[in-house]
Design a protein around this ligand. Structure first.
Ligand code: NAP
Length: 309
């Protein structure tokens, strides 16, 4: 047996990938987790998690650290690599990395999650890191006593707005409709929070300022009126895009770019499994990601056993 070939390579070190690692390690598979930046993924940048059983509340970095310690206990390697491509060889897969190094594995679990969707308005790129942010946990404390806007009406926008009220003077949520998408429990908390105001039926058309963000140009979609909203920062939470560029043409993707896979995590390509936010699914949560990770690792073990690999 070629010792250089992993039984399973897990691409992505968020909750899905780390759980797949724990299950693969416990099954005595030779496994690695390939992670571009740091473990935890979106979980790491979440301020407060209050729907992960066992913890009434826990911060994202804390839950990430607990999971990573559990992964390392099972001798699963965590390699910091940015993955650029994937192709099938005869009995294994070759995973290409940014540095040019190739990693070989008999099965692959895609658990690379998703990244924040961009607003694509003037000023967004120019003011990135100078008032434009996609992570309240990372940047919220820079806006102590200031006024900020949050764009979006989903769970992320509302949850992170609530978090921002710890620091800021005022949060203005700008939403393109007149009702939020966020869960009722979060909505109730946001409506009761005196530091949060809402601008309904509106979109941000431009982010403006000199050195840093100073104002947003906000258009009301019902009246077409444009107003300037003075703010020191803007947090953009308008959904996510799956990290699937590196598997285009390798596995079937849905029209939005998610890997097509059911609850069994099997993709269109035998030996490649998809776990967590990267796959087509009803509910993208940490609990559903960890469930996928377990299923995918067990599916990979079965695939190897059935083929005597
Ligand atoms: P999301 O649920 O897709 O919500 C995106 C929000 O942004 C929607 O309100 C949407 O408006 C708005 N939007 C989309 N494109 C826009 C654009 N171009 N301009 C202006 N607004 C735009 O995304 P998310 O909040 O990031 O959540 C992603 C997933 O993670 C969801 O399944 C969510 O439930 C889950 N999540 C759960 C929790 C939790 O359980 N505590 C926390 C965070 C995230 P419309 O409503 O009009 O479509």
């Amino acid at each position: 047996m070629d010792k250089g070939v992993y039984d399973v390579a897990i691409i992505g070190g968020g909750p899905a990938g780390m759980t797949a690692g724990i299950y693969a390690g416990r099954a005595h598979l030779k496994a690695c987790i390939l992670e571009g930046l740091s473990t935890g993924g979106q979980m790491f940048t979440t301020a407060v998690i209050e729907n992960y059983p066992g913890y009434a509340t826990i911060d994202g970095p804390g839950l990430t650290q607990a999971m990573e310690e559990q992964v390392r206990k099972w001798d699963v390697e965590i390699l910091y690599k940015h993955i650029t491509g994937l192709k099938r060889l005869s009995d294994s897969f070759e995973i290409q990395t940014l540095g040019g190094e190739a990693i070989h594995a008999r099965t692959v679990i895609l658990a690379a999650g998703s990244k924040p969707r961009k607003l694509n308005v003037p000023g967004e790129v120019e003011f990135a890191g100078r008032g434009v942010s996609y992570c309240a946990t990372c940047d919220g404390a820079f806006f102590r006593g200031k006024n900020v806007a949050v764009i979006g009406g989903g769970d992320s926008a509302v949850e992170e707005s609530l978090y921002l009220t710890r620091f800021v003077n005022k949060v203005t949520i700008i939403h393109r409709r007149d009702e939020l998408r966020a869960s009722k429990h979060l909505q109730e908390r946001a409506f009761a929070e005196p530091k949060i105001e809402f601008v309904w039926d509106s979109v941000d058309e431009a982010i403006e300022g000199q050195q840093t963000v100073e104002q947003l140009r906000v258009k009301n979609l019902k009246t077409d009126t444009v107003t300037n909203l003075p703010v020191d920062g803007v947090f953009i939470y308008i959904g996510m895009l799956p990290n699937t560029d590196f598997v285009q043409g390798v596995v079937e993707l849905d029209p939005w770019g998610y890997v097509v896979a059911g609850e069994d995590t099997a993709t269109s390509e035998p030996g490649i499994f998809a776990a967590g936010d990267i796959r087509t699914k009803e509910l993208r949560q940490i609990v559903t990601a960890v469930a996928d990770g377990a299923v995918a690792a067990m599916a990979a073990e079965r695939y190897l056993g059935e083929r005597g690999l």
